[in-house]
Design a protein around this ligand. Sequence first.
Ligand code: EPZ
Length: 422
Amino acid sequence: MDYLKIEGGHKLSGSVKISGAKNAALPLIVSTLLSKREVELRNVPDVVDISTLLKLIEMLGGRYTREMSSSKVVIDTKEVNETKAIYDIVRKMRASVLTLGPLLSRFGRCEVSLPGGCAIGARPVDLHIKAMQTLGAEIEIKGGYIVANAKDGLKGGVVVFDKITVTGTENVIMAASLAKGTTKIVNAAKEPEVIQLCEVLQKGGLNIKGVGSDEIIIEGSGGELFDIDSIDIIPDRIEAGTYLCAGAITNSEIEIQDAEPNHLKSVLNKLEGMGFGITINGKNISISPAKIVKPVEIITAEYPGFPTDMQAQFMALATQADGSSIIEERLFENRFMHVSELHRLGASIHLRGNTATINGKTPLRNAELMATDLRASSALVLAALVAKGETSIHRIYHLDRGYENLEVKLGALGAKIERLKE
Ligand code: EPZ
């Protein structure tokens, strides 16, 4: 297994190119199941979750070609003849549950493994299942699988989500797109990744209203596939936020390129509130040092609120603020796995339920660390950039799920970072 060795204390400089959004690419790869033709996806990030999902598409009978150098993937699902998403794939990448809607609506049946929990929480998919039942599916849980049937196809209905769920909304949009009749989704997620999925289907011929709002209305095609031909994946707002935090925590001046500033408003607002300078120039964002790094107060929320996927990174940053910061995690019940590892670097963080108090400014010192989940891992990397001495971070397969070439990109900015073999 690989691990990262980082020597802290080095300033960063220069610019870094942001890759395509993992959480946009995943539903869009699955949406090719709804296309009558082969689809070219551009700006696809080279991360493990994408490879895992492409493997699943192939296992279902789909075909794809991938040009790593140009971040292009061409997918043809004409020959898909399998409708079982197996546990071995789904357990590695829970977003595979996104195949439930498209497979069910295109083939009238499917078996999708329950994903099981993960480090940040139980991550149930009960809302996905309930929504499919609302659209007329018969669902049985058997041997750890969601066994779904809709022999006469899905029919439109009113899906009211008790909680805002990103992939739940995406699953229903894709299921409803081939259903007979009208579907209304109430309390829909409004993340940019959900919006891009809607826009791609709309361009392919789907009649959909309320895109970007919490109420989406879809006129199902009754089974007619869509004319989706090419997709340019939007930039990864969480990768962008992570690199901005790398500039912030090392009090450096860096620029991130090919980002989408409009998707980062809540993150940029918090960085400015901490005293960092933010300059937007088209798709490029520059961050400059704060004279005094002020403490921050964060409550994670669904988009456009502060993203839970940036919570760990800001916790690392808050250790370097002058004063006490408060971070409340409202979406997941166990998304503080990075706290105990930050403690090993000397951070002063106190947890009370789902609220963390971070006292700063705390000088951090090197340690051997263990990554636990994707975004927690990136928080450990950020902290290691300022910890005195050499820090090692193990189990970085978590990092590789969602960050493309992280050590290469950070190294190019001047970080002293190496990927080594255990
Ligand atoms: C998406 O996960 C993202 N993943 C996550 O990013 C992100 O953290 C999350 O949305 C919140 O923004 C992808 O888009 C692939 P949810 P998702 O359904 O859709 C509860 C990363 O780091 N819930 O919006 O799985 C759930 O437990 C990943 O890239 C139910 O109770 O999250 C949570 O408390 C991590 N029942 C809340 O809703 C359900 O059926 C929000 O979850 C579904 C969700």
